[in-house]
Design a protein around this ligand. Structure first.
Ligand code: ZN
Length: 143
């Protein structure tokens, strides 16, 4: 069976892409906790974040910081969450989520009702595209 993120690396058409380079992809989560919820995904398949070569992990973290600044600028939030759970899909990825409220992201809440706890269900690429466009533009200002 093909890994879902390896399939996206080969053909990104199904996702709302925010950033792509030779090693990394950033696209919007199709079950966002909050608008702007992104995934940073290495193109190469490594099962878990701790499997990444250090240089690649450092690039992921640097991009996370840029994304956080962009999400703060767009959403006017004080905090942006970063997390890698390794529980849903064994291809290393980081979630980057603007926190509108302190309780937006707690492990108990995430485990209990991941897809809909902000009242947002699965969103198709077309619905996410304007959000991705705005974030891509903001991210480019930090390059
Ligand atoms: Zn994979």
């Amino acid at each position: 069976m093909t890994c879902a993120f390896c399939a996206i690396a080969a053909d990104p058409a199904p996702v709302a892409m925010v950033h792509e380079d030779a090693d990394l992809m950033v696209f919007l989560d199709h079950m966002p906790i909050r608008e702007g919820h992104c995934l940073i995904v290495p193109r190469a398949h490594y099962p878990y974040f701790d499997d990444l070569p250090e240089t690649l992990a450092a690039r992921v973290m640097a991009l996370s910081q840029r994304l956080a600044r962009s999400l703060k600028a767009i959403h006017g939030v004080e905090r942006v969450a970063f997390f890698a759970t390794g529980t849903d899909l064994p291809h290393a990825h980081i979630h980057v989520v603007p926190l509108h409220e302190k309780g937006d992201l707690t492990s108990a809440r995430y485990m209990a009702e991941p897809p809909v706890f902000a009242g947002i269900a699965v969103q198709p690429r077309e619905q996410l595209a304007p959000v991705a466009d705005r974030l891509r533009q903001e991210l480019e200002t930090t390059a």
